[in-house]
Design a protein around this ligand. Structure first.
Ligand code: ADP
Ligand code: MG
Length: 626
């Protein structure tokens, strides 16, 4: 009886369904950039070597402990076979079955999903994904993988597949630790037996792989193998930064900006950091998750370390390497060591500095950055407990005077009048609301610019952004610019309601609106609008109210105060109406609802249509005055 858990030697085993699907696509694809299969195999070899380095930090009891780390590509022209061999951690028979028999690797599942219904640009998808080990099926008639695990007790094994349906597993005779992938090339893929062609592909896709890549028995590696980040920034040519980024992320585009750090105190570290131009470019990248590659003395400790930057800088890609990280410990220990906290402070500071410099040296590029990542940074201000101020100079805003450009807080203050003591902002739900807001009138007539905050994250940001360079941020719905109050007081020419009439009018509004407002009073500083709504004294700030609204659907806004403008012709005429005139209630209701509307508070604007039509009819004069 064959053991069901241990398949009979050499018996064909089916690939998993998704794997078959993936292989079918790859085997039959007409993709022209097939050379990327080599990139994938070399990157697997490099991963295997990095894992072995990591294992050997704590465990020297491995098979072939003195074998040098290397990747060797062998050409057998006569047999039409290309071999990619490494001295990495190797695989046991079970690992071969698990890792190569299913569709386990990071990109493949997403690849299959993405190819559904997109036959047209399949080639593009293949190019962007890579798809790991299986990419070799684009060029192979058959593939044989022989491997010997680093585990002393493991036996060598062979995995083999010649199509999309099945593979076989059998004992092998490989003595050396590591893995060799033998590819019997398709007739039309023999170009990869040409040494010059191979060199070109390796230079293009694997130059920065940190382990040496050799061809046949040569002793000179083909790739430059530099840990670019360990060089002094002076030694690195500008293009090398971009090439390294592309090999790291498989992004086709240059990064928006980069930073290279070499620090000796308080901890020793190197870092190479990048801001991708567009995070969508990384959807198909092996580096989709946030996190930096963390090396300790050139050994890869963690592929996606999220402890080195705050979450709002999760878009930053790159590598951090420190001599001061303890080597003989687990990943968990590394994280809890104080070194990580130092590294985090340094790396975060560098990202802030780099962005801040970009903002000054290349505002246009920074605008592109802000467009892409701005909301994340505002969120950062909201959640950062360790000095949110450091992010303030990175913020950009649309303003009332420059509604399409991006203004920093520094620019705003530079453009402000010297005696302006506050930074004014308008908080609303959409940018067009600012145009008709009665709160803006006084600021416009005083020619004071106002930041326009309409992003849902803005109220959260305001909870920590209270002042910049000692000037408080003030909501235009709450404060008046000081110059304007004097100006309106001097403005005697405009007719205004007599005190007694005004008091009477206020009382009538109060009776009509009842519980719908907390009070009615005269406004001192409206010019074009007849009325506006403001918060009563002691109400939470508007930004806080919005936060409550966003996190609690049942939150009720505090009732507003209705301010009437005693100089406005509508208000003056309203006061003159006879007490019984039905137009009073119609007009007063409509004024109140208009005010709700401009504040973005009207629950049902369509309900106003009936009343507005009534008012139109009366204005046209076909209704008898009562
Ligand atoms: P990914 O590299 O994204 O995990 P791949 O399809 O490239 O996906 O590889 C699948 C898995 O097979 C790897 O995660 C690894 O466990 C294993 N593997 C592939 N090549 C090697 C190799 N040369 N040495 C050791 N393990 C390998
Ligand atoms: Mg891979």
């Amino acid at each position: 009886m064959p053991d069901k858990t241990k398949p009979t030697e050499g018996q064909p085993l089916p690939f998993r369904a998704e794997t078959q699907q993936l292989l079918n696509i790859l085997i039959h694809s007409l993709y022209t950039e097939r050379e990327i299969f080599l990139r994938e195999l070399i990157s697997n070899a490099s991963d295997a070597l990095a894992r072995l380095d990591f294992i050997m930090l704590t465990n020297r009891d491995v098979h072939d402990p003195d074998l040098p780390p290397e990747i060797r590509i062998r050409i057998d022209k006569d047999a039409g076979v290309l071999i990619v061999e490494d001295t990495g951690d190797g695989m046991t028979r079970d690992e071969l079955a698990k890792n190569l028999g299913t569709i386990a690797h990071s990109g493949a599942k997403a690849f299959v999903d993405a190819t559904r219904g997109s036959q047209g640009n399949l080639t593009e998808i293949i190019g962007q994904f890579g798809e790991g080990f299986y990419a070799a099926f684009m060029v192979a008639d058959s593939i044989q993988v022989t491997s010997r695990s680093y585990r002393q007790e493991a036996q060598p094994a062979v995995w083999e597949a010649a199509g999309e349906d099945t593979y076989t597993l059998a004992p092998g005779d490989r003595e050396k630790r590591g893995t060799a992938v033998h590819i019997t090339l398709k007739e039309d893929a023999r170009e990869f037996l040409d040494e010059a062609r191979l060199r070109q592909v390796i230079k293009r896709h694997a130059d920065f792989i940190q382990y040496p890549i050799y061809i046949n028995d040569e002793e000179m590696p083909i790739n430059r193998q530099t840990a670019l980040w360990r060089l002094s920034p002076r030694e690195v040519e500008a293009e090398a930064y971009g090439e390294f980024y592309k090999q790291l992320t498989l992004d086709f585009n240059d990064p928006l900006t980069h930073a290279h750090m070499a620090v000796d105190a308080p901890v020793q570290m190197y870092a190479l950091l990048y801001v991708p131009a567009d995070p969508h470019n990384l959807v198909f990248s092996p580096r989709k998750e946030p996190g930096l590659k963390l090396y300790a003395r050139k050994v890869l400790i963690q592929d996606f370390c999220t402890d080195l930057l705050p979450p709002y800088f999760g878009f930053v890609q790159g590598v951090v390497d420190s001599e001061d990280l303890p080597l003989n410990v687990s990943r968990e220990m590394v994280q809890s060591s104080g070194v990580i906290a130092h590294l985090r402070r340094l790396v975060t500071g560098k990202v802030v500095e780099t962005l801040s410099n970009l903002g000054k040296s290349d505002p246009e590029k920074y605008g592109q950055f802000w467009q892409t990542y701005g909301s994340l940074l505002k969120e950062g201000v909201a959640i950062e407990q360790d000095g949110p101020e450091k992010l303030f100079p990175l913020l950009r805003f649309h303003t009332d005077k420059d509604p399409t450009g991006w203004t920093s807080l520094e620019d705003y203050l530079d453009r402000a009048k010297p005696d302006q003591k506050e930074i004014y902002y308008f908080l609303g739900e959409d940018p067009s609301a600012v145009r008709y807001s009665p709160h803006m009138e006084a600021f416009r007539s005083a020619e004071i610019d106002v930041l326009v905050l309409t992003d849902p994250v803005d109220p959260f940001m305001l909870m920590q952004l209270k002042a910049f360079q000692d000037r408080p941020l003030v909501n235009v719905a709450v404060a008046a610019p000081p110059e304007v109050e004097t100006k309106t007081a001097e403005d005697d020419a405009t007719p205004t309601l007599a005190q007694a009439d005004l008091a009477d009018l206020i009382a009538r509004f109060k009776t009509l609106l009842g519980e719908r407002v907390s009070a009615v009073r005269a406004a001192s500083r409206l010019s074009a609008s007849p009325a506006r709504l403001v918060d009563p004294e002691g109400a939470p700030e508007q930004s806080v109210q919005r936060v409550y609204q966003l996190i609690d659907k049942d939150f009720e806004l505090p009732k507003k105060v209705l301010e009437l403008n005693p100089k406005h012709p509508i208000i003056i005429r309203l006061a003159a109406l006879r007490p019984a005139d039905p137009k009073f209630d119609l007009a007063a209701e409509q004024l109140f609802e208009n005010a709700l509307l401009v504040e973005g508070l009207h629950p049902d604007p369509v309900s106003m249509v009936g009343r507005i039509q009534d008012l139109i009819a009366r204005a046209l004069g076909d209704v008898e005055e009562s």
